[in-house]
Design a protein around this ligand. Sequence first.
Ligand code: DAT
Length: 178
Amino acid sequence: MATRTSPNIIITGTPGVGKTTHCELLAERTGLKHLSVNQVVKDRECHEGWDDEFQSWIVDEDKLLDAIEEEVKEGGCIIDWHACDLFPKSWIDLVVVLRADTTTLYDRLSARKYPEAKLQENLDSEIMEVLLEEARESYDEEIVVELQSTTADEMDTNVDRIEAWLKQWKADSGTAAS
Ligand code: DAT
């Protein structure tokens, strides 16, 4: 049984769906900590080198888990990463899978100047619902939530919903401020 007094939330989804933007907003509003896995991989060298074709780090998952274990076990982390199946179930209280329509996603990834192969792979991944499937296979159904992130209004609604969920989690676990 987890003893954390603040929950851990994963915000996942295809690159460009809005993970970082949601996490930053949530961290600001809730005081939870935005844990950018990208940043950890870079800063703490949890990788086996750079993949030139895909312009991304080849992540060493064991090293990554070791690097964040202590922090995550304390609770109160919003984990920002385009994969979710590597985190032990016992660490996680909520998994949010963000989705965006493909035209919008194409524009966002083009603006990042992604190489063609990477852009196409990510669009395919969004169309095939790869992250949603991964989340559903890795965690209990009731903690996985799919939210749309194509418009700014959707983002506001999503952040409100997650904030409300957090309040409820704290009330249920008896850790809400009185
Ligand atoms: P990710 O961290 O998933 O790669 P991001 O947060 O960096 O994505 O967002 C990519 C870009 O899209 C960024 O310019 C912000 C914009 N964006 C994301 N979600 C949005 C939304 N729901 N409405 C409007 N713009 C959004």
